[in-house]
Design a binder for this molecule. Sequence first.
Ligand SMILES: *[C@@H]1O[C@H](CO)[C@@H](O)[C@H](O)[C@H]1NC(C)=O
Length: 524
Amino acid sequence: MAGERKLCIFLFITLQFPLLQTAKILTICFIGGSHYLLLDEISRILHNNGHDVRMFLQFGEGMLPGYKLPPSPYPVSTYSLDEKYLKEYKEHFIENQKEFLVGRRGLQSILTFLGELSYQCNVTLHQSDILKFLKNEQFDIAIVDAFNPCTFLVSEKLGIPYIAFFPGIFGNALRVGIPTPLSYVPLFQSQLTDRMDFFGRLKNTVTFFVSHIIGKKIDSIFDNVIEEHFPAGSRPSIADLHLKAELWLYNVDFTIEFARPLLPHVQYIGGLLAKPAKPLSQELEDFITESGESGFIVVTLGSMLSSIPLVEFVKEMNAGLAKIPQKVIWRYQTSHWPEEVALAPNVKIVDWLPQNDLLGHPKVRLLVTHGGMNSLMEAVYHGVPVLGIPLFGDQYENMVRIKAKNMGTSIPPEQLKSENFAQTILEIIQNKSYKTSAMKLSAIRKSLPFPPDQQLLRWVEHIVQTGGGGHLHPYSYQQPWYQQCLLDVILFVTVCLTVTVYLIVTLFRVLIQKICSSGKQKQN
Ligand SMILES: *[C@@H]1O[C@H](CO)[C@@H](O)[C@H](O)[C@H]1NC(C)=O
């Protein structure tokens, strides 16, 4: 009996997953904050499903201020940058935050940040002991944080095929060669929706050309590192490494993103961190109970912004929150709270908050957020309306989508004052249309054919089992650009037409001349 049962189970498993094997997977993460949270979740999912996962991680300390890293169930190879550099890096980041909070967000800050990543990449590629160890491990596949070009370079150096995971919306659709019709697909940095009027489409077209120039500029930041670590003749370009990824996974889905064409090796697996809520601590639960019918709101400006380096800004936010009847749970590093500001009586500040669990609480009314994709995907999952205070990166673009889907609205940080802050919070809570839209998106999210963790698992296994994503890559990847745009065909057709028209016109001219001259002869 027992033997038969075992056989049945064996057959069941082998028939269901005929090719399933344990894959050796390396996840690569060199940036903290939300990037780490996502790569950690990806590693856990693959590990929990029987794969042999290791993470290659930079830092350790200070990458998630206020958060205690839980012990990792999978092994991690890690190293830290030197203290002096980290201190400078942190100071620089705080200066940047100040700029963002007063509304200065030029291209320069992004380029400077990528400069830091390039510096760090050089340090990473000099970790010869770790690299040697990782190379000997012979991984089947790497999953890399595609925001940081260095992760591609490390995979290339190790000779491991890789899956690119992009932690946000399509900042790089053009670079991955995803068809992007400019008439209805708004480009990154355009702050447009899919419904563009004439000037919108004009702006989108201009953004297209500017993006190409910026892309080239960004790649060039890594030129020195590539030169130093790859021998002449086998130096990769960042642009080629984008195309070499076996698969592209994006941390977004069509609840937030506008419908658009994709490629077969491009998959949306947004919202890995959004899950059913777990019970809260007694302390938080007690605080929420005090709120009565008014409920509570959650305030957090993202994993990287644990406190606000401008006292004026803290004052305005705090004064605004004091004006609303709701209780407020605000993620703010308690040790950094400015002494001269008296915390509003309805506000509780905490070093770190279980955001997903709070958003799943029946009494939550609103999420005030910087507009990071993880936060938004959690809000979508639980159907919670959003007020955005976007600061940098993709946050403005994300909020454009939230507004277009009527799930909330945003206030640029430089315009935030206590009055409009309180008013906007109350408007979103009282105008039921926001909640209705949020619930609609939540229903869509929860009825997706495959939840994101299943998609991740199946796609990674598919790529490992088939030995790469070559069968999913379009031929356009090998075509020169003029062939892709059909410029040669257009040129040919234009020449043919011109010649034909010329011939016809010439023929008619000759005929008319003949007829005219024969007419004249008759008259004569
Ligand atoms: C990389 O680091 C090494 C050792 O610290 C240094 O000598 C070299 O100049 C750096 N190269 C680049 C491109 O930054």
